[in-house]
Ligand binder design. Sequence first.
Ligand SMILES: [Zn+2]
Length: 362
Amino acid sequence: MSRRSAPDLLAAGALALAVAISGHAAAPEPGAEVRQEVVRHIEAARAAAGADHAFIFGQLCATPIRAVNAAPGTGEVPAALPTIDPQRTWYAEPVRVFDDLYFLGQTAFSVWGLRTSEGIILVDAIFDYSVEAEVIEGLRKLGIDPKEIRYVIISHAHADHSGGAGILQQHGARVVMSEADWKLYEQGNDKVKAKRDIVATDGYEIKLGGKTVRVHLTPGHTHGTVSTLLPVQDNGVQHMAALWGGTLFNFRGTPDDPLDARLRTYAESAARFRGIAAAAGADILLSNHTAYDGSTVKLPALARRKPGEKHPYVIGKDTVQRYFKVAEECAIAARVAAPSGPPAPPRAGGPGAQPAAPPARP
Ligand SMILES: [Zn+2]
């Protein structure tokens, strides 16, 4: 719990209670109740974030924070790993992160590879321009034959995660996506396009070399975003990683695809996957963006790790749980704060609600 959030929460709660009790007296201005609800969810997210997830709190709650003039998020992490190749500013070195888990991504986007005795399961394919250098050559650099790649799970069909899927399929990988995101992928114009392969349903499992990777449907960021559970080992000690497949609310409402429903779905997915991660004992949080899971800090920390020291990615079950709480609460705050969000009283001051305009303050 952050220290600052507790008084804010109390104040918000007291005000909401006062409004509820007073009934007819001092009727709140239009939007005041909405504002209180937005503040309540922002502060719940801030409290869940603490120092561990302050960066993702600032990202996910940015819009509702602006809408109600709440205190901004304070956490900053580097947006990307440092550039090491001036010719290819996106290039990052491959890293063995756990006994059996490899980072094969670029400076800002991640590919995770779980190695088993029967082959490698990848999560994500990054871009078409980078997948050969990072994944295929990256494995070779680590002394691993890229022919070991058996599966690539695509977290969602945006080009920063699916762009290399066709190339990996050419290298022999089975490509796994949800039905909804196969459809989204098939609408794209990738030069090397993966043919439709495995359609992941909720709870789909890949069992390989005695390890089981499980995929869950967590719609929100896209309609077919999937999140993944990966069992990993650190010096022979078993851990479980939960990989959140789609993070930002970078969608706009359309009549066919209203913002309110998307954010509601996102919040439900975050709450549900939080439970799934808890049941699986997840004590590691992974993302497909190097900033979102703190890889931009954790990978350098791992390089400095001395024998016997704590693994920077093993953050503990409670801290993993709080990440999904931040995602859920910010999605709710964003939904309530959105012009189309409930209860959406008509805004004073003229027609045409402005998306960035804050609700009236009490
Ligand atoms: Zn995306």
